[in-house]
Design a protein. Structure first.
Length: 125
């Protein structure tokens, strides 16, 4: 298929194949699943691991886990953006605007690390 309409035909065939795959997968799920679960009461339990649940289903999560996630994102973003910048640093056309943008980026990351340091989050004890 070539030409202007050929690319739309290819897109249409791909869309049709994906919808067909979706319908076949859900139909296979309906046909192959058990009609009635072995233990209807157990299937509706909070935990399906063989043990009876104890207590309520609400648990309070401590804020420090969110802070650890924040620090992970902070260091991951820094790594993702600083390595490509370091690779193209010596290329021609690398101007003052790019250095200023990366300086602002590093300053924002430094503020995040400074916040974590001031809150004593970076200590493991």
């Amino acid at each position: 298929m070539t030409g202007y309409l050929g690319s739309y035909a290819t897109l249409g065939l791909l869309l049709l194949a994906s919808v067909l795959f979706f319908v076949v997968a859900f139909a296979a799920n309906r046909v192959l699943r058990p009609a009635r679960p072995a233990d209807p009461i157990g299937k509706r339990a909070t935990y399906e691991c063989g043990l009876d649940p104890v207590g309520g289903d609400w648990a309070q999560m401590q804020i420090r886990y969110y802070v650890y996630a924040y620090l992970y994102v902070l260091f991951a973003v820094e790594a993702v953006f600083l390595f490509p910048w370091a690779v193209v640093f010596d290329r021609p056309g690398f101007g003052l605007v790019t250095v200023a943008e990366m300086g602002i980026f590093v300053a924002v990351l430094a503020l995040g690390i400074l916040y974590a340091w001031r809150r004593n989050i970076l200590r493991w004890t």
